[in-house]
Design a protein around this ligand. Structure first.
Ligand code: ATP
Ligand code: MG
Length: 608
């Protein structure tokens, strides 16, 4: 790995990055909780600023002591000393109180900030569109932000709150030394610069090292995930993958950690060396102060104050540089975070309210669609009409674009050409959220929510999530009620074995729960994308009879590879090469003796 030497230009750029990180983090913390930010800045500013009075008090004390050695009228001096000590102790109590408060505030900021970022990420993510979310570059960058956000939030909050403390500490001590010997103040400052350079250099080296290992960390993460996740447990056991993964993980660990430790040793060593010139300066400065004290140019107290100021200056400088570097180390994360937070949805919502009752129906007019510019067309001039009270079934081979059609109807994407109309109005004109209120969709890869059975069904109509009667009614329609009712906690039973008393529903049971979620919505348009592929044929028949009754008079779109279910639909469409190539009811299509008839016969033969 090669790290180019730091030029002044890079340092200035580095400072800009530090300031960017500092200001953006401060902005976010401000949004998360402005009062906390003000409080921590105030507390830490005070801590830093208190250095000056403390040093001065101690100087006065030493001067009084020395002046009064052997003084026969010591009572006056003791009185004055008592006052000095009293003030010193009071300041000490105040300081230690402030330290505690500041510690508490920093902890609160880090906690609040990390929770805030998590929620901000989730909120932003849910406002974006599929086109954005599916973009591989977006995915990579977002995954990184998401994975690191917890740790980074702490790493940002801590140095952010420490900056005022070190800054004011530095200012206090610098002014002290500056008033005494400006040249020394400047020298100290100059001698501290190598420290900044060294730290910046190693921060860069470590950052490059970490990014270079990114893929290895991901491999590590996947292996550890497979080793610890219940879903893959059976397979890793039978295939004896565990020892293999563990060996690989050990290799990665050894390789990364050995190198990382080596870099860290070099960093600490270089850091140590940068202190030497500062120590030499301190030596001469102390000697000079002592000399002036002996020659009675300054008091002993002053000499001691200046010497202490130099040490304190160095500490504060190291602290400030350290805080800035910690911020700098998070620069790329903050850049990514800000990029993400500034993303805007790509699909704009219209203003119109969708019709309360669809009268004419839905129409797809010459729809052309592909997911990305460089990918083949999925839909190629597709035309389709469905009446307001029709049930429509779509059949076709894998990958022909059935699910894509549904995604377009729900306006997760815009078609590149053509228009989709509801009662003659283009989908684009409707408010998207209001449009979604009209859909009840069971997607092919629908969500299996691990929460309670009641919630899992109730999510179909979130405002009814506590309406058990309604939930039971839907669950009965899809014949899943008996199963839920026999669970130890009935409708309050979690649906994941990873939760207490939780159970693991089978694929077919999940589908019934998903169907119940669709029914409870009681929407104008119900869409089922292979809803019963895992339901046994006997129950499928029964469930479909109930569903058909339930959605009577409304639009039902059904995608299925099972012709036994498809045949009930009022209208059946056969898709091929991104178009509808046959349509009609079962009878008509059978008589036509086209593809539908052929496929139907094929499946029927399999059952004979
Ligand atoms: N998000 C996506 N990005 C890119 N291509 C996609 C995406 N989703 C689907 N495709 C592609 O679009 C085509 C149609 O996919 P679609 O899911 O609509 O097929 P389908 O007819 O529903 O198939 P199946 O019967 O397997 O469910 C496929 O070639 C698929 O690879
Ligand atoms: Mg599909």
């Amino acid at each position: 790995m090669k790290v180019k030497s730091l030029t002044p230009k890079k340092v200035i750029l580095g400072m800009r990055q530090v300031l960017f990180t500092f200001s953006q983090t401060a902005k976010l913390v401000w949004k998360a909780n402005p009062r906390l930010l003000v409080a921590v800045f105030l507390a830490n500013t005070l801590i830093g600023a208190l250095i000056f009075p403390v040093f001065y008090l101690e100087k006065l004390t030493i001067d009084v002591l020395i002046k009064n050695i052997g003084n026969p009228f010591w009572q006056e001096a003791i009185k004055f000393l008592a006052w000095l000590f009293f003030i010193r102790v009071t300041v000490g109590i105040f300081q230690s109180g402030l330290m505690r408060i500041s510690g508490y505030l920093r902890y609160s900021i880090a906690r609040v900030f990390s929770g805030y970022i998590d929620i901000l990420l989730a909120e932003k993510m849910s406002s974006l569109d599929m086109t954005t979310i599916e973009d591989p570059d977006f995915k990579d960058r977002f995954k990184k932000v998401e994975r690191e956000s917890g740790r980074r939030a702490w790493e940002l909050a801590m140095p952010l709150s420490n900056v005022p403390n070190y800054f004011f500490g530095l200012l206090s001590t610098f002014s002290l030394i500056f008033f005494f010997k400006p040249i020394v103040a400047l020298l100290i400052f100059l001698l501290a610069i190598p420290e900044f350079f060294i730290d910046a250099k190693y921060t860069r080296i470590e950052y490059q090292f970490e990014s270079g290992n990114f893929l290895k960390y991901r491999l590590w993460g996947w292996m550890s995930w497979y080793l610890t996740t219940a879903k893959s447990f059976l397979e890793t056991k039978i295939l004896k993958l565990s020892p293999y993964f563990l060996k690989k993980m050990n290799e990665i660990r050894d390789e990364i950690y050995i190198k990382a430790l080596k870099i860290r040793r070099q960093r600490e060593g270089a850091h140590f060396l940068t202190y030497l010139p500062q120590n030499i300066l301190t030596f001469f400065f102390s000697l000079y102060s002592g000399f002036l004290a002996i020659r009675q140019v300054i008091t002993v107290g002053s000499a001691q104050m200046y010497i202490r100021a130099v040490y304190s200056f160095q500490n504060n400088l190291t602290g400030l540089v350290g805080s800035f570097l910690e911020l700098y180390e998070n620069y790329l994360f903050v850049t990514d975070l800000i990029w993400f937070l500034n993303l805007k949805p790509t699909i704009t919502s219209g203003k119109k309210k969708p019709p309360l009752k669809i009268k004419k129906g839905i129409e797809f007019k010459d729809i052309w669609f592909r997911y990305k510019e460089d990918q083949p067309w999925v839909l190629r001039g597709l035309n389709l009409k469905m009446a307001a009270n029709q049930s429509l079934a779509i059949v076709g081979e894998n990958g022909v674009g059935k699910t894509t059609l549904i995604k377009l109807l729900c306006r997760f994407y815009n078609p590149q050409k053509g228009e989709i109309l509801i009662d003659g109005i283009n989908l684009r004109e409707f408010n998207r959220e209001k449009l979604w209120d009209n859909f009840a969709v069971l997607f092919q890869d629908f969500g299996n929510y691990p929460f309670t059975a009641r919630e899992s069904v109730g999510y179909g109509k979130i405002e009814e999530v506590n309406n058990l009667d309604l939930i039971i009614k839907s669950a009965k329609e899809t014949s899943i009620h008996d199963f839920i009712n026999k669970l130890p906690l009935k409708y309050e039973n979690p649906l994941s074995p990873e939760l207490e008393k939780g159970i693991d529903p089978s694929r077919g049971q999940w589908q019934r729960i998903g169907l119940a979620r669709v029914l409870i919505r009681n929407a104008q348009i119900s869409i089922l994308d292979e809803p019963t592929s895992s339901v046994d044929p006997k129950s499928e028949e029964e469930i479909f009879n109930k569903i058909t009754k339930f959605v009577k008079g409304k639009i039902l779109i059904l995608i299925s590879h099972r012709f036994s279910t498809v045949r009930r639909a009022n209208k059946i469409c056969v898709m091929k090469k991104g178009k509808i190539i046959e349509e009609g009811n079962h009878q008509e299509l059978m008589e036509k003796k086209g593809i539908y008839a052929e496929l139907f016969e094929l499946q029927a033969k399999g059952y004979r």
